[in-house]
Every structure is written in C-alpha cells, then in structure tokens.
Design a protein around this ligand. Structure first.
Ligand code: 6GU
Length: 234
C-alpha cells in the first residue's frame, strides 16, 4: 500500500517511523512519504496562504501549490479502475467521522493521499481538482477542532495501516479488539492473581472457557452501555 501526505509540517509524520509502522515501511508493506507543500511554491517566501474572497477572518490555503503537489504525486493520467483509483482524503473537522469501518474500507486501497489543511481551510477548487485525480473524501477524526490535519492524518494512517496484512504479527489480536464487533473491549488481567489486595475475577481462574466467554461478553455489553450507549444503537 502506498500512502502520501501533503502538509506544510511534513516533520509531524516522522512519528510514523517509530514502532510497528516503521517496521512495515522497512519491510516494504507500507510505502509512506510525507511531502512539504512549500516545495510546490515558486516565490521567495514559499507562500501557501492568502486572504479569502468575500472577506472574513483568517487566511485560506491558495490553490496553486496544491495543484502542483497533486500533479507531482498522482501524475497526469487518471485510472478509472474503481479499485486502482487513488483515494484523496482532505482532513477536515467538517468531514464524515472516521470509524473503524472507515479504516477497514481504506485498508483495501492501493494508494491513499492525505491532504492536510491548515489556516481556515483550502480554496474549494482544490477539492474539485482532486476529484479529477481520484476519489475524494473529507474526513474528520471527531467532534473537536485541531489546528491542522496532521495529527488527524497520523491517527488515520495508524488505524488503516495496522489492518494491512503483515503489519501486525498477531492477526488474532485484530479480531478481538474494541470496535471490531461494535462493542468496547472487556477488562483484562495478568499475574499475579492478587496484587495489593486486588483480586482477579474468579471466573478467569476457573478454567471454564464457556463461562469466561460469557463473562467477557457481559463485561463488553455493560461497559458499552455505560460509556458509549450510542454504539449499541448503530
Ligand atoms: Cl481531520 N482536522 C482538523 N483540523 N480538526 C479536526 C479534524 C481534522 N478532525 C477533528 N478535528
């Protein structure tokens, strides 16, 4: 899988060189590259923003550097093959909310480009132009506002890449985790059985696998009802 990110703070993405994703990159499973939007400017100050037409607070990202970045990263030719077409994700607090299901969908794709905006947003024509190069999606990671899309893109890349075969050694750990079945995870315990007078629930020491599975499922449902009742109605 190829993943590109376009940003004026490409250094943010160095976080992805650590740990699992670093290994996946070294192993050639994930081909990730961060691009500095300012490399696609031509003026002395490497300007990427300008004032909005019609007035209003703040600055907008101007279209030209984005157009050049997309041309360089996606080439001139457009594949119309539904599966081979790249996905271009604009990070935006106004986008659809990123879910585990979104991560699974995107983990099937061959090429994802993250366009990380800063300031008050990007000239709308950039989104229109991107649609001529791939499938465009506006995605948010939750109902709060970040200063820019970099941290959001890193979160999405980690969620997507760990679902790509070979990135996580233990594929079983993907099956039984929060959100994969629409419920939160059950609580887990390791040795010792008693620690600072706190005991591990007796059922887990019983050796009764049916009873353990039942207890864990009940814990999942109860936890989800308490903390995330919204998930039970989805
Ligand atoms: Cl994707 N971008 C920004 N700037 N803020 C956000 C977000 C994205 N998702 C939630 N808040």
């Amino acid at each position: 899988m190829r993943i590109d990110a376009i940003s004026i703070f490409a250094q943010y993405f160095q976080a992805l060189d650590l740990s699992l994703l670093g290994k996946a990159q070294a192993a050639g499973i994930i081909d990730f590259k961060a691009h500095d939007l300012r490399d696609y400017t031509h003026d002395k100050h490497k300007t990427v923003d300008d004032t909005p037409y019609g007035g209003g607070a703040g600055m907008l990202m101007k279209p030209e550097p984005w157009g050049e970045a997309f041309d360089a990263i996606l080439g001139e030719d457009v594949s119309n093959d539904a599966d081979g077409r790249p996905v271009i994700i604009f990070t935006s607090p106004a986008g659809e909310v990123f879910k585990q299901a979104t991560a699974h969908e995107l983990a099937q794709r061959k090429h994802i480009v993250f366009a990380c905006g800063r300031y008050e947003g990007i000239d709308q024509r950039v989104v229109e132009y991107a649609a001529s190069k791939g499938e465009v999606r506006l995605i948010s990671i939750g109902d709060y506002v970040l200063n820019g899309g970099e941290v959001a893109a890193i979160a999405m890349i980690e969620a997507i890449a760990r679902l790509v075969p070979g990135v996580i050694g233990n594929a079983e750990s993907l099956v039984e985790e929060s959100h994969s079945d629409g419920l939160l995870e059950y609580p887990s315990y390791t040795k010792p059985a008693i620690w600072r007078e706190l005991e591990v629930p007796a059922v887990l020491l019983s050796g009764n696998h049916a009873a353990i599975a039942k207890w864990r499922h009940e814990q999942q449902v109860e936890r989800t009802r308490q903390v995330r009742p919204d998930l039970l109605n989805e």
